[in-house]
Design a protein. Structure first.
Lengths: 294, 338
């Protein structure tokens, strides 16, 4: 699959801080690529450079193997983290305005259906709820039927139900074959939507790959937790376990073997908890407190 | 330039303007209320400072003790015809010639002229003073007639400066500009759209205020309507461009508000909207020559009061359009989306 967009050694400096420090990656056409990182890591700045909103101080961005030109704006759609509409306009008027700014646009009826805006068309854009507003902003990002869609923390501030509804919309866009580049700090969002992620911290990519590959690379298959009070002698932990707060925790690649070992030592398994590692665990491992201290 | 994109932004901006009922009301009724209020205020003689034109310059004050009267400013006049015009247009309150055959002129429609005449006659011990009385001839001009072109021009100024300057800063601050920048819309197209939108608003509001206040005050309109329209249009272009220049990079609404006030208040005072600069500091008069509002007010007064036509105001229109072109070029170069 050819790379739709390539980023090579991107650098962006602000007074006293290097916000983006040698970031390189490429995004395949038709895939969903996620930039993950803590607040201030440089995700939004990286995205803004790719969007053409901010100029880089170094490095280059190629679209379909060539530097971007004026036509680039016609083929990308952008949903900013925060944005305002002009006052006193309805949802339908906002869509019409943005449709008029492109040389070609997607039929508005199709867009309205895709983003579930049918009942909101006459509503003043200032009177939309958080979820409704994000759907409108997504529709505006898609109004020119773009090849590449940028979504900057698209579900921040939404309640869990609205967030899941929004994910369904993005899944719909993916099925249309659009390429999506999103930033998020919701790990669940990244694992549900992204084919590939890059974890960015202090302006640098510190890990990159498909979510399942990254988890396999950094974690065993399962984490086994037992409350300390369930152990007959909390000071003497079973082999392979270590104390974390009020739990004994062990990483295991063979759950059956670990459980057999616990049974042989007469450990009560009533309160035992087995979990598979998530991107949350990966995120904490890669960008957590220990990493910052180092 | 893409006309479709420009028209889309014009439409959105106009919609924002006319749907904002509070703002719309303020834009139309404020200048109308101001004109009517002035008509009321200046129908009573409340001011205590008078201006008297003195043909031939200073004279022996012992023989004419009137020249010692406090709270009267005596302004030397060299040209009798020009001085009489000033009296007719309320720029001076009385004209005095104390040379060989003493005489004075007054404006019968001016309350101040009446008061100054009383003071003049009382300054003579002789109940029949040896001075001849004359009235200004020609069509009468009330103070409200004189001030109205200035108020209309001032309304154009406020609407042009704030309607563009402040709005663009607000757009920049709340992210509207950032969102528009992400589209193929170019900066030049966005600026042209703002200018067109504001010129439409200014034209409409000026027409409404003109017609409304005329119905109530029946002020004179002796010149060419197309010329008056052209003067206000070219003035609006100059002032919208000034607003664009101020807002080209500013991100704070408070700073924009301060800068716009800094520009508009001196213009309001020095451009002769409310009172004549006759007899004031020459520097103030020199500064006034550089202000677009001065040229708009002068040209509008000459059209409405003197019956001037298109050719008579060609100079002012040229100056206003030149200011507009220079400032628009500057603002287009300085403009930043963020």
């Amino acid at each position: 699959m050819p790379a739709l967009i390539e980023v090579d050694n991107l650098v962006k400096d602000y007074p006293g801080v290097r916000a983006v420090d040698g970031v390189s990656f490429s995004v395949d056409a038709g895939s969903c690529f996620g930039l993950l990182g803590p607040n201030g890591a440089g995700k939004t700045t990286t995205l803004e450079i790719l969007e053409g909103i901010t100029d880089a101080d170094g490095g280059r961005v190629l679209y379909l193997g060539a530097p971007r030109d004026e036509a680039y704006r016609e083929v990308v759609g952008i949903q900013f983290q925060t944005t305002a509409m002009q006052d006193f306009q309805s949802v339908h008027e906002a869509l019409q305005l943005f449709a008029s700014l492109y040389s070609r646009h997607r039929p508005l009826g199709e867009l309205i259906e895709l983003c579930n805006l049918g009942e909101l068309l006459e509503r003043d854009t200032r009177k939309l709820s958080g979820g409704q507003r994000q759907r409108l902003l997504l529709a505006i990002a898609l109004v020119n039927d773009p090849e590449l869609v940028f979504l900057d923390e698209p579900t921040t501030g939404l309640d869990p139900q609205s967030r899941r509804n929004f994910w369904q919309l993005i899944e719909g866009i993916k099925q249309e074959g659009k390429t999506i580049l999103l930033t998020t700090h919701y790990m669940e969002e990244a694992s549900v939507l992204c084919d590939e992620i890059a974890v960015i911290d202090r302006g640098q990519i510190i890990e990159q790959g498909a979510p399942e590959h990254l988890l396999a690379r950094h974690f065993p298959r399962a984490l086994i937790r037992i409350p300390l009070h369930a152990l007959s002698d909390p000071a003497n932990l079973p082999p392979g376990f270590e104390a974390r707060h009020d739990h004994a925790v062990a990483a295991s690649d063979d759950i059956e073997l670990t459980l057999s070992s616990l049974r042989q030592q007469s450990v009560a398994l009533d309160e035992l908890h087995i979990s598979t590692p998530t991107l949350d665990d990966l995120f904490l491992k890669l960008t957590g407190h220990g990493l910052r201290e180092s | 330039m893409n006309l479709k994109r420009i028209l889309a932004v014009v439409k959105a901006r106009n919609r924002e303007f006319y749907r904002d009922k509070a703002g719309l009301g303020w834009n139309i009724f404020m200048p109308a209320v101001m004109v009517l209020g002035l008509a009321f205020i200046f129908s009573s003689p409340e001011e205590n400072l008078y201006k008297v034109g003195l043909l031939g310059g200073a004279t022996d004050t012992q023989s004419t003790p009137f020249l010692d009267t406090r709270h009267i400013r005596f302004i030397a006049q060299n040209n009798e015809a020009a001085a009489i015009e000033k009296l007719r247009y309320h720029r001076i309150d009385l004209l005095l010639d104390l040379r060989a055959q003493p005489r004075y002129w007054l404006n019968e429609l001016s309350p101040k002229s009446y008061i100054v005449e009383r003071l003049l006659l009382q300054s003579y011990s002789n109940p029949s003073p040896p001075i001849k009385r004359e009235s200004v001839s020609g069509r009468p001009v009330r103070y409200v007639d004189w001030v109205l072109p200035g108020v209309l021009a001032m309304n154009v100024m406020f609407s042009s400066l704030w309607g563009v300057g402040w709005v663009i800063v607000r757009y920049r601050k709340n992210g509207v500009l950032r969102r528009l920048r992400a589209t193929p819309l170019r900066a030049g197209e966005f600026l042209v759209a703002q200018i067109i939108s504001r010129l439409l608003v200014v034209t409409l509001v000026t027409l409404i205020v003109f017609a409304g206040t005329n119905a109530l005050l029946d002020f004179p309109m002796r010149g060419s309507y197309p010329a008056l329209g052209l003067v206000f249009l070219s003035g609006a272009i100059a002032l919208v461009s000034l607003g664009l220049t101020v807002s080209a990079r500013v991100r704070s609404e408070e700073l924009a508000d301060g800068l716009l006030n800094l520009i508009s208040w001196p213009m309001m005072i020095l451009s002769g909207v409310w009172f004549s600069l006759e007899g004031t500091n020459p520097w103030a008069q020199r500064i006034a020559d550089f202000l677009p509002l001065t040229h708009m007010v002068d040209a509008a007064r000459r059209i409405m009061l003197d019956g001037a036509g298109l050719l008579d105001v060609a100079l002012e229109v040229s100056i206003l359009l030149s200011i507009g072109v220079v400032l628009l070029t500057l603002s287009a170069r300085a403009f930043r989306w963020q």
